[in-house]
Design a binder for this molecule. Sequence first.
Ligand SMILES: Nc1ncnc2c1ncn2[C@@H]1O[C@H](COP(=O)(O)OP(=O)(O)OP(=O)(O)O)[C@@H](O)[C@H]1O
Ligand SMILES: [Mg+2]
Length: 226
Amino acid sequence: MNILEVEHLTRVYGSGDTAVTALDDVSFSVEAGEFIAIIGSSGSGKSTLMHLMGGVDRPTSGTVKLQGQDIFARSDEQLAVFRRREVGLVYQFYNLIPVLDVVENMTLPVLMDGRTINEQRLSALMRALGLTGREHYLPNQLSGGQQQRVAIGRALMNAPSVVLADEPTGNLDSRNSAEIMNLLRASNKQFKQTLIVITHGEDVALMADRVIAIEDGRVVSDERRA
Ligand SMILES: Nc1ncnc2c1ncn2[C@@H]1O[C@H](COP(=O)(O)OP(=O)(O)OP(=O)(O)O)[C@@H](O)[C@H]1O
Ligand SMILES: [Mg+2]
Protein backbone atom coordinates (compact mmCIF):
# COMPACT_ATOMS: atom_id res chain seq x y z
CA MET A 1 0.00 0.00 0.00
CA ASN A 2 1.22 3.49 -0.77
CA ILE A 3 1.15 5.67 2.30
CA LEU A 4 2.41 8.77 0.51
CA GLU A 5 2.05 9.98 -3.03
CA VAL A 6 3.96 12.97 -4.29
CA GLU A 7 2.35 14.11 -7.54
CA HIS A 8 3.86 16.64 -9.95
CA LEU A 9 5.07 18.75 -7.06
CA THR A 10 6.40 22.17 -8.01
CA ARG A 11 7.43 25.00 -5.71
CA VAL A 12 8.47 28.38 -7.06
CA TYR A 13 9.76 30.92 -4.57
CA GLY A 14 9.34 34.59 -5.42
CA SER A 15 8.13 35.89 -8.75
CA GLY A 16 9.28 37.66 -11.90
CA ASP A 17 13.02 38.00 -12.48
CA THR A 18 13.92 36.67 -9.05
CA ALA A 19 11.70 33.56 -9.17
CA VAL A 20 13.45 30.35 -8.11
CA THR A 21 12.00 26.98 -9.06
CA ALA A 22 13.14 25.01 -6.02
CA LEU A 23 11.11 21.92 -6.94
CA ASP A 24 10.18 21.09 -10.51
CA ASP A 25 7.48 18.47 -11.23
CA VAL A 26 8.56 15.85 -8.71
CA SER A 27 6.54 12.63 -8.47
CA PHE A 28 7.10 9.41 -6.50
CA SER A 29 5.19 7.02 -4.27
CA VAL A 30 6.17 5.72 -0.87
CA GLU A 31 5.08 2.36 0.48
CA ALA A 32 4.11 2.07 4.15
CA GLY A 33 7.13 1.04 6.20
CA GLU A 34 9.74 2.06 3.64
CA PHE A 35 12.98 3.72 4.67
CA ILE A 36 14.00 6.23 2.00
CA ALA A 37 17.10 8.38 1.88
CA ILE A 38 16.94 11.59 -0.13
CA ILE A 39 20.27 12.86 -1.37
CA GLY A 40 21.38 15.82 -3.48
CA SER A 41 23.70 18.77 -3.40
CA SER A 42 23.09 21.92 -1.39
CA GLY A 43 20.25 23.98 -2.85
CA SER A 44 18.85 21.06 -4.88
CA GLY A 45 15.41 21.32 -3.21
CA LYS A 46 15.53 18.64 -0.50
CA SER A 47 14.26 20.76 2.41
CA THR A 48 11.62 22.30 0.14
CA LEU A 49 10.38 18.79 -0.69
CA MET A 50 10.35 17.78 2.97
CA HIS A 51 8.43 20.87 4.04
CA LEU A 52 5.78 20.12 1.40
CA MET A 53 5.50 16.44 2.40
CA GLY A 54 5.08 17.53 6.00
CA GLY A 55 2.43 20.14 5.20
CA VAL A 56 4.58 23.02 6.50
CA ASP A 57 4.43 24.81 3.16
CA ARG A 58 2.01 24.71 0.24
CA PRO A 59 3.10 23.88 -3.34
CA THR A 60 2.84 26.16 -6.37
CA SER A 61 1.30 23.19 -8.17
CA GLY A 62 0.95 19.45 -7.72
CA THR A 63 0.05 17.73 -4.49
CA VAL A 64 0.91 15.31 -1.70
CA LYS A 65 -1.48 12.53 -0.70
CA LEU A 66 -1.28 10.78 2.62
CA GLN A 67 -3.29 7.56 2.68
CA GLY A 68 -5.04 8.70 -0.47
CA GLN A 69 -6.06 12.10 0.96
CA ASP A 70 -4.81 15.34 -0.58
CA ILE A 71 -3.21 17.08 2.39
CA PHE A 72 -3.49 20.52 0.76
CA ALA A 73 -7.27 20.23 0.48
CA ARG A 74 -7.21 21.06 4.21
CA SER A 75 -7.46 24.51 5.75
CA ASP A 76 -4.39 25.91 7.51
CA GLU A 77 -5.88 24.88 10.88
CA GLN A 78 -6.54 21.33 9.68
CA LEU A 79 -3.03 21.22 8.24
CA ALA A 80 -1.60 22.18 11.64
CA VAL A 81 -3.47 19.29 13.23
CA PHE A 82 -2.19 16.99 10.49
CA ARG A 83 1.40 18.04 11.26
CA ARG A 84 0.99 17.31 14.96
CA ARG A 85 -0.77 13.96 14.55
CA GLU A 86 0.21 12.25 11.35
CA VAL A 87 3.82 13.13 10.70
CA GLY A 88 6.93 13.59 12.76
CA LEU A 89 9.12 16.32 11.32
CA VAL A 90 12.75 16.81 12.24
CA TYR A 91 13.79 20.20 10.89
CA GLN A 92 17.27 20.85 9.53
CA PHE A 93 17.68 23.71 11.99
CA TYR A 94 15.73 22.01 14.82
CA ASN A 95 13.06 24.72 15.38
CA LEU A 96 13.11 24.25 19.16
CA ILE A 97 11.26 26.82 21.27
CA PRO A 98 14.00 28.75 23.14
CA VAL A 99 11.98 29.40 26.31
CA LEU A 100 10.89 25.77 26.72
CA ASP A 101 13.07 23.10 28.30
CA VAL A 102 13.90 19.68 26.83
CA VAL A 103 10.80 17.88 28.11
CA GLU A 104 8.51 20.79 27.24
CA ASN A 105 9.87 20.96 23.70
CA MET A 106 9.51 17.22 23.23
CA THR A 107 5.94 17.08 24.49
CA LEU A 108 4.63 20.33 22.99
CA PRO A 109 2.86 18.75 19.97
CA VAL A 110 1.12 16.23 22.27
CA LEU A 111 0.01 18.93 24.70
CA MET A 112 -1.14 21.25 21.91
CA ASP A 113 -3.34 18.41 20.78
CA GLY A 114 -4.89 18.22 24.25
CA ARG A 115 -3.65 14.70 24.78
CA THR A 116 -1.89 13.19 27.76
CA ILE A 117 1.82 12.52 27.73
CA ASN A 118 2.87 8.91 27.54
CA GLU A 119 5.44 9.10 30.38
CA GLN A 120 6.83 5.68 29.60
CA ARG A 121 7.48 6.63 26.00
CA LEU A 122 8.99 9.94 27.09
CA SER A 123 11.50 8.37 29.45
CA ALA A 124 12.36 5.60 26.98
CA LEU A 125 13.04 8.24 24.32
CA MET A 126 15.03 10.43 26.72
CA ARG A 127 17.22 7.44 27.51
CA ALA A 128 17.60 6.33 23.90
CA LEU A 129 18.53 9.87 22.88
CA GLY A 130 21.08 10.24 25.68
CA LEU A 131 19.17 13.16 27.18
CA THR A 132 18.43 11.73 30.63
CA GLY A 133 19.50 14.30 33.23
CA ARG A 134 18.97 17.18 30.79
CA GLU A 135 15.16 17.29 31.25
CA HIS A 136 15.06 20.92 32.34
CA TYR A 137 17.80 22.42 30.21
CA LEU A 138 16.84 25.14 27.75
CA PRO A 139 17.95 24.78 24.12
CA ASN A 140 20.74 27.38 24.55
CA GLN A 141 22.18 25.26 27.37
CA LEU A 142 22.54 22.28 25.04
CA SER A 143 25.14 21.42 22.42
CA GLY A 144 24.10 21.40 18.75
CA GLY A 145 23.98 17.60 18.76
CA GLN A 146 21.84 17.55 21.91
CA GLN A 147 19.40 20.06 20.37
CA GLN A 148 19.24 17.87 17.30
CA ARG A 149 18.34 14.89 19.50
CA VAL A 150 15.57 16.88 21.23
CA ALA A 151 14.14 17.67 17.79
CA ILE A 152 14.22 13.95 16.95
CA GLY A 153 12.52 13.12 20.26
CA ARG A 154 9.77 15.64 19.56
CA ALA A 155 9.13 14.02 16.17
CA LEU A 156 8.98 10.50 17.65
CA MET A 157 6.95 11.36 20.76
CA ASN A 158 3.66 11.01 18.89
CA ALA A 159 4.63 7.67 17.32
CA PRO A 160 3.64 9.09 13.91
CA SER A 161 3.06 6.85 10.89
CA VAL A 162 5.52 8.90 8.84
CA VAL A 163 8.79 10.40 10.08
CA LEU A 164 10.41 13.06 7.90
CA ALA A 165 13.89 14.00 9.01
CA ASP A 166 16.03 16.71 7.42
CA GLU A 167 19.70 15.90 8.04
CA PRO A 168 18.95 14.40 11.48
CA THR A 169 22.60 13.56 12.05
CA GLY A 170 24.12 16.60 10.37
CA ASN A 171 25.56 17.88 13.64
CA LEU A 172 26.60 14.60 15.20
CA ASP A 173 29.91 12.74 15.18
CA SER A 174 29.99 9.30 13.59
CA ARG A 175 29.30 7.36 16.81
CA ASN A 176 26.29 9.49 17.81
CA SER A 177 25.11 9.55 14.22
CA ALA A 178 25.11 5.74 14.09
CA GLU A 179 23.19 5.58 17.40
CA ILE A 180 20.51 8.00 16.20
CA MET A 181 20.16 6.25 12.86
CA ASN A 182 19.84 2.91 14.65
CA LEU A 183 17.09 4.38 16.81
CA LEU A 184 15.20 5.75 13.78
CA ARG A 185 15.72 2.50 11.91
CA ALA A 186 14.55 0.38 14.86
CA SER A 187 11.31 2.32 15.13
CA ASN A 188 10.91 2.07 11.33
CA LYS A 189 11.28 -1.73 11.46
CA GLN A 190 9.46 -2.37 14.75
CA PHE A 191 6.40 -0.18 14.20
CA LYS A 192 6.40 -0.18 10.38
CA GLN A 193 6.93 3.55 10.63
CA THR A 194 7.67 5.08 7.24
CA LEU A 195 10.99 6.90 7.42
CA ILE A 196 12.25 9.52 4.97
CA VAL A 197 15.66 10.96 5.75
CA ILE A 198 17.50 13.71 3.93
CA THR A 199 21.20 13.15 4.21
CA HIS A 200 24.63 14.08 2.95
CA GLY A 201 26.10 11.03 4.66
CA GLU A 202 26.85 7.99 2.57
CA ASP A 203 26.65 5.71 5.62
CA VAL A 204 23.11 6.92 6.30
CA ALA A 205 22.05 6.40 2.66
CA LEU A 206 23.50 2.88 2.80
CA MET A 207 21.07 1.95 5.60
CA ALA A 208 18.02 2.90 3.52
CA ASP A 209 15.84 0.56 1.42
CA ARG A 210 15.67 3.12 -1.34
CA VAL A 211 17.65 6.20 -2.36
CA ILE A 212 16.13 9.12 -4.26
CA ALA A 213 18.55 11.66 -5.70
CA ILE A 214 17.42 15.23 -6.40
CA GLU A 215 19.26 17.77 -8.52
CA ASP A 216 18.00 21.23 -9.51
CA GLY A 217 14.57 20.43 -8.13
CA ARG A 218 14.12 17.21 -10.10
CA VAL A 219 14.40 13.52 -9.30
CA VAL A 220 17.47 12.27 -11.17
CA SER A 221 17.50 8.74 -9.78
CA ASP A 222 15.29 6.53 -7.64
CA GLU A 223 16.78 3.18 -6.73
CA ARG A 224 15.70 0.39 -4.48
CA ARG A 225 18.61 -1.33 -2.86
CA ALA A 226 18.75 -5.11 -2.72
N1 LIG B 1 11.95 30.74 1.56
C1 LIG B 1 12.66 30.78 0.41
N2 LIG B 1 12.61 31.86 -0.39
C2 LIG B 1 13.28 31.92 -1.55
N3 LIG B 1 14.07 30.92 -2.02
C3 LIG B 1 14.17 29.81 -1.25
C4 LIG B 1 13.49 29.69 0.00
N4 LIG B 1 13.78 28.47 0.53
C5 LIG B 1 14.62 27.89 -0.34
N5 LIG B 1 14.86 28.68 -1.42
C6 LIG B 1 15.69 28.34 -2.60
O1 LIG B 1 15.23 27.11 -3.12
C7 LIG B 1 16.32 26.28 -3.50
C8 LIG B 1 16.23 24.94 -2.76
O2 LIG B 1 16.44 25.16 -1.36
P1 LIG B 1 16.36 23.99 -0.29
O3 LIG B 1 16.42 24.60 1.06
O4 LIG B 1 15.19 23.13 -0.60
O5 LIG B 1 17.70 23.19 -0.63
P2 LIG B 1 18.39 21.92 0.09
O6 LIG B 1 18.52 20.86 -0.96
O7 LIG B 1 17.64 21.59 1.32
O8 LIG B 1 19.83 22.48 0.46
P3 LIG B 1 20.80 22.15 1.72
O9 LIG B 1 21.44 20.80 1.43
O10 LIG B 1 21.81 23.25 1.68
O11 LIG B 1 19.97 22.16 2.97
C9 LIG B 1 17.58 27.08 -3.22
O12 LIG B 1 18.00 27.67 -4.41
C10 LIG B 1 17.13 28.12 -2.22
O13 LIG B 1 17.87 29.29 -2.34
MG1 LIG C 1 18.09 21.68 3.33
